[in-house]
Each structure stands twice: as C-alpha cells, then as structure tokens.
Ligand binder design. Structure first.
Ligand code: IMP
Ligand code: ZN
Length: 355
C-alpha cells in the first residue's frame, strides 16, 4: 500500500468504514498533480539503485533518497526544490521519464493498492515541465510522457504542459510552441500551466505567451498568489490572460478574488498548503472563502511524493470532523467532486459526460 501520512492520513484514519467506502466510490478528477512530484517512493528507490547518484552532490543526493525511503519531513519550500533537483538527476533519460510516468499514471488510475476496487481518481490531468537534458530534447520529453498517457483512454488521462516561472523568454516560447504543435498533431495536450518557485520570475513577460496558448485552444491554469512574496501586479498579470483555473490562490486579495467577469475554478491542495506552511491550519484555509461564495473548486494532491497524500486522503480532509477535517456533509463532498469533474480541460465536452 502506498503510505500516506500527516494531516491526510489522520483525517482518513478518523473516518468510519462506511465513509471511506463513500469517498472511494466517488468519481474524482485530479487536475493539479505535477509528474515529478507524484512519483511513488518505490519507483524513486528503484531508479536510484539502477542509476546510483554521481557528481559533485552525490553524497547529498544519496542522503535525500535515503530520507525519502524512511519518510521525509519538508520544512521549507527550499527543501522541496532541492528534492526536485534530486528527482531530476534520476529522471534525465527518456527511459527513466517513461518509467516514472507509467508509475504515476498507475498510482492514480489503476485500482488503488489500498484494497479498494476503485482507482484514486476517475480522470487525471497530469502536468509536467518539458525538460531538456544531455539525453533528450524537450520534444522527446513531451513525446515520452504523452506516449504513456495515451495508453489510457481520453476519458481518463491527459497532459497539461507546465512552464516554469524561472524560464527565459526563449525557453517559454519553445514550450508553448511545442504544446500547441502537439495538440495540433492530435496528441493529448489539453492545457498550459505556470508553475515553479513562486518567488521568481516577472509574470508581465509571460502574458503574450500564455495568451498565444489560450488562442490555440489550450486550457490555461496558473499557480497564483502562492506565496506572501507574490505581489498584486504579479497576480494581475496572470489574471489578465483569463485563466480557466487557478492553482492555490492562497494570498489572492479579496479585491482580486471578485474575478470580475471570469469564474476560474480554484485548484485546492490542502495537504500541500498545510505541509508547505502557506496555510497555518484547516480553519484558516482559503477553501472556506470559496465554499461560502459558492465558487467552483477542485480538490487535488499537488505533489503526493513529498506531501505523502492521495486523492482519498485529500477528500478525507473534507469529510472528517474538525479539527482533523472540515466536517462537510457527504452531499457537499459529492458536490465538490462533481465540480472537479466539470473543471476538466478535456474536450470534447461529451467525453466528460461518459466519465
Ligand atoms: P515536473 O513539472 O513534472 O518536473 O514537476 C515538478 C515541478 O513542478 C517542480 O520542479 C516545480 O517547478 C513544479 N511544482 C511542483 N509543485 C509546485 C508548487 O507547489 N508550486 C510551484 N511549482 C511547483
Ligand atoms: Zn502545484
């Protein structure tokens, strides 16, 4: 069984068996999961055995991998980005990228290994940043990921191409062009995401690239107001591209939350926010604002590797009684799950009704 821990595990453990079965059987959409942040620990350990760390930081990398095996504690956002550099060292070839993509897809879409017959989610929009290494181009990376995604039906899995806030204009242009090209070739790219260290990048220089992606028919989701350092100008630049969905939106001011005309769905990642310490407690979580205002939301895992969670774990946080969870009713939780399904980028729409 893939072990979860922390707040999601505590919430799940507090539920009666009947409520667990209810949550397992709810069709859920996972719309905010980063490929390299969602790799099962077992797969990382296997890759580390196959490709032992080398180079200047070999000892530090080996140490991080060992910690992962024994259950890691992430205290700071910088810990998270160091872990990512370790994972990237292990997934630098097309073969390794195919291996981890397959493992991540299985972990979400194949019957769960927790004894339930239902998978973690019914529909997955996995996101990943096209990465060029000495072994592959960005295009090869994307094709490798798509080859794995397309082994599942279109009603179950699709790809969102992430661009990183730290990217140069040239790299950004290349990633957006690749995403559009793949879509036009009939490959299953459904959207663009802006991610990466929230403290970096000037989003004003991203807008024309993002608008180009939207103009080409791709859905747009952006990590927004994820950190206290994110300014109103930063958020305004991203909102000016009229994103369809917003990742986190933790520190979005009430003024900006009014969203004027558009009604972007908010991708809520409870464990990620609690463990990443951007939100102090469930009580203080911005989900309350969106629920109160009847605003569309979707419940997601973000990076289930470091945050040790699962779709079931995140939904448990909705249903469990306070202080372990939000204490929502089954009807409310089922309504939230439906909102998630409705927020998918997947086209055509009739594909959705068959989910
Ligand atoms: P990848 O895009 O498949 O390589 O997934 C890992 C990457 O996703 C990281 O290097 C980050 O750029 C991005 N990412 C994962 N989680 C977060 C987050 O919470 N905020 C911003 N970026 C993130
Ligand atoms: Zn994210």
């Amino acid at each position: 069984m893939s072990k979860i821990s922390g707040p999601a595990a505590a919430a799940l453990a507090s539920l009666c068996p009947d409520n667990v079965i209810f949550l397992q059987s709810l069709p859920k959409a996972e719309l905010h999961a980063h490929l390299n942040g969602s790799i099962p620990v077992k797969t990382i350990l296997e890759l580390a055995q196959k490709y032992p760390p080398s180079g200047a930081h070999a000892a530090e990398v080996a140490d991080t991998i060992e910690k992962l095996g024994s259950g890691v504690d992430f205290n700071e956002i910088s810990d998270f980005f160091f872990l990512m550099s370790v994972i990237y060292a292990l997934t630098s070839t097309p073969e390794a990228v195919a291996t981890v993509t397959r493992a991540v897809l299985q972990s979400f879409l194949n019957p769960a290994d927790d004894g339930a017959e239902s998978p973690q989610c019914a529909y997955l929009e996995l996101r990943s940043t096209p990465r060029a290494t000495t072994h592959m181009t960005r295009e090869r990376y994307l094709v490798t990921v798509l080859d794995e995604i397309e082994t599942y039906p279109a009603t179950q899995a699709a790809l969102i191409v992430s661009v990183d806030r730290r990217m140069s204009d040239l790299d950004l242009a290349e990633c957006v062009s690749l995403a559009i090209e793949m879509k036009n070739r009939g490959r299953r790219v459904v959207g663009i995401d802006v991610c990466g260290d929230p403290r970096s990048g000037d989003m004003r220089s991203f807008t024309h690239h993002l608008s180009r992606a939207k103009g080409a028919g791709l859905g747009l989701t952006v990590h927004i107001a994820e950190h206290t350092a994110n300014t109103t100008e930063d958020s305004l630049a991203l909102l000016s591209c009229r994103p369809d969905r917003l990742g986190h939106a933790t520190f979005l001011s009430d003024e900006l939350k009014a969203f004027e005309s558009a009604d972007p769905c908010i991708e809520i990642c409870l464990s990620s926010n609690l463990l990443g310490k951007s939100v102090a407690s469930l009580d203080a979580h911005h989900i309350h604002y969106y629920l109160k205002n009847d605003h569309p939301i979707v419940i997601c895992t973000d990076d289930k590797l470091p945050f040790r969670t699962s779709c079931l774990g995140e939904y448990s946080l909705l249903l469990a009684q306070p202080p372990l969870g939000l204490g929502l009713s089954r009807d409310d939780v089922a309504r939230i799950a439906r909102m998630g399904m409705d927020a998918a980028f997947l086209r055509p729409r009739d594909c959705r009704s068959r989910l």
